[in-house]
Design a protein around this ligand. Structure first.
Ligand code: TYD
Ligand code: MG
Length: 464
């Protein structure tokens, strides 16, 4: 291969880039992993090239008012949960990466999206490099009826795929998965960083030139990033992660990057025998199975994007049998829990130094929002004293090192969500209560200034 002026070399293990070949990669210290990127110049800027460089040389910089706005039309996937995560539906010409652990349901989700799009009269192409047509058929049979123009194709050679896409002109394409795709020219093995990068460039160009939406499935490495390092995330327009516990049936779709909408949005799904079902009211779902009248159980509220989600915090405090007390935190930050235990000891006079303490976010959600602090503190205190917190009370607030309860954002939204689900009282930071312009009716608000005040609310219940 003739070396062009802008050639780059990059490590096929970690993606480290360099202008010259090296024996050992300075990034990951692996030997003999450097490969040359074909047509270096094009590759390096292909991400931008696909969008920008279409016209001739006489293009000039423009004022904002001179730029024509292409009217952005969104195509609904017929799943409100997915549409919200995408920022309102699919944008033509976008490249969407769907990452997640193997077996979490990526192929199932995308097959359902394909079905919905085809049903609405869009032409869709599903390309699988992992499963045979027979296996896809079996999966599709589980999902139910299919109609419209949905084509399936088993192939891993990207040049072939590009040919098929250009010939068939579908409106949406699914590539399952990027790790199985290869291009003869890139030289490296499928799944290597070089191939993943090259393949993504090709798909990016295809998406922009033909104005089609392309979904790419990407497997996740042990470290929790899409295999093929961060660079894959930089290249695409939208990155969605599909997460969930293997043994729990619900799945969370999270957007971590979105050029066409906000991040932090989540969509909740449940995996059943006939595919994924949307969970339209996650709060209700997360609280199902909450024990009544049990000590150590507290309802708290987090914000997932713009949406409040209620969840249950559980704490169990018991005497240590061995010298060193054990502390665990499942679903939330371990260090934060330790800090809150220390605050409780010092500022509220609770004796916890000779106790084991276990904290768990029920339902398997992973959250680390400061607004959970007050809930965790109350759950710990409730378990230590063996006094249940009112079942119809929702609690939120951040706790500082002096034991003060600090304000959190969007208090009204959280309270309204609790009201909707039938909660009758809410414990919140005093500052939030004072700032509130109008108080929602039907729900009693208890503003607390510090953890001591909060814990005092536990007392009267013990007599009840
Ligand atoms: P899959 O979509 O193949 O996962 P991925 O593409 O992310 O690797 O999901 C496979 C799992 O989902 C598998 O364990 C079976 C389960 N499943 C159901 O429970 N119900 C269904 O209707 C389908 C199609 C799959
Ligand atoms: Mg799959």
């Amino acid at each position: 291969m003739a070396r062009s002026k802008g050639t780059v070399f990059f490590c096929t293990e970690c993606g480290y880039e360099s202008s010259k070949w090296m024996g050992q990669c300075p990034g990951c210290r692996a030997w003999n992993t450097f490969a040359e990127a074909p047509s270096g110049k094009g590759t390096k800027t292909a991400g931008a090239a696909g969008i920008v460089r279409k016209s001739g040389r006489d293009e000039k910089p423009k004022r904002l008012a001179e730029i024509e706005t292409a009217k952005e039309t969104r195509v609904s996937t017929q799943m409100t949960e997915l549409d919200r995560v995408l920022g309102g539906g699919l944008v033509a010409g976008s490249l969407i990466l769907v990452g997640g652990d193997p077996g979490i349901g990526k192929s199932t989700l995308l097959l359902q999206v394909c079905r919905n799009l085809a049903e609405k009269g869009h032409k869709v192409l599903y390309i699988s490099g992992e499963e045979s047509l027979g296996q896809i058929r079996l999966r599709a049979d589980r999902l139910g009826q299919f109609s419209g123009e949905l084509l399936f194709f088993c192939e891993t050679d990207l040049d072939m795929i590009a040919g098929v896409i250009e010939e068939e002109q579908p409106e949406a394409v699914v590539i399952d998965s990027i790790q199985t795709m290869y291009r003869e020219e890139a030289g490296a093995a499928p799944g290597s960083v070089g191939q993943v990068r090259e393949s993504t460039h090709v798909l990016m160009r295809l998406a922009k030139e033909n104005n089609i939406t392309i979904f790419i499935v990407g497997h996740v490495t042990k470290e929790g990033t899409v295999a093929g390092p961060k660079m894959l995330e930089h290249m695409v327009d939208t990155v969605l992660y599909f997460e969930g516990e293997k043994n729990a049936s619900y799945r969370i779709l999270r957007s971590v990057k979105n050029r066409f909408g906000s991040t932090n949005e989540i969509g909740v799904f449940e995996m059943e025998h006939d595919g994924l079902h949307q969970v339209l009211n996650p709060s209700e779902y997360m609280l199902s199975g909450k024990p009544e009248g049990a000590s150590g159980s507290v309802t708290a509220c987090i914000m997932e994007g713009t949406r409040p989600v209620l969840l249950e915090i559980q704490a169990l405090v018991c005497r240590t049998n061995f010298g060193l007390p054990r502390r665990t935190a499942a679903g939330t930050d371990y260090n934060r829990v330790n800090l809150l235990i220390a605050v409780l000891e010092k500022r509220a006079g609770l004796r916890l130094s000779d106790c084991d303490a276990y904290v768990n976010i029920a339902g398997g959600l992973k959250v680390s929002e400061p607004s959970l602090d007050l809930g965790i503190v109350m759950a710990l205190a409730s378990s230590q004293r063996d006094v249940p917190v009112d079942d119809r009370m929702m609690i939120f607030g951040e706790v500082g090192l002096s034991g003060e309860v600090r304000a959190v954002s969007m208090a009204e939204k959280r309270i309204r969500e609790a009201g909707k689900l039938g909660f009758t009282s809410c414990m919140l930071p005093r500052v939030c209560l004072d700032r509130m312009r109008e108080r929602p009716d039907g729900i009693r608000l208890i503003g607390v200034r510090n953890v001591r005040e909060a814990i005092q609310c536990l007392q009267p219940l013990s007599g009840a």
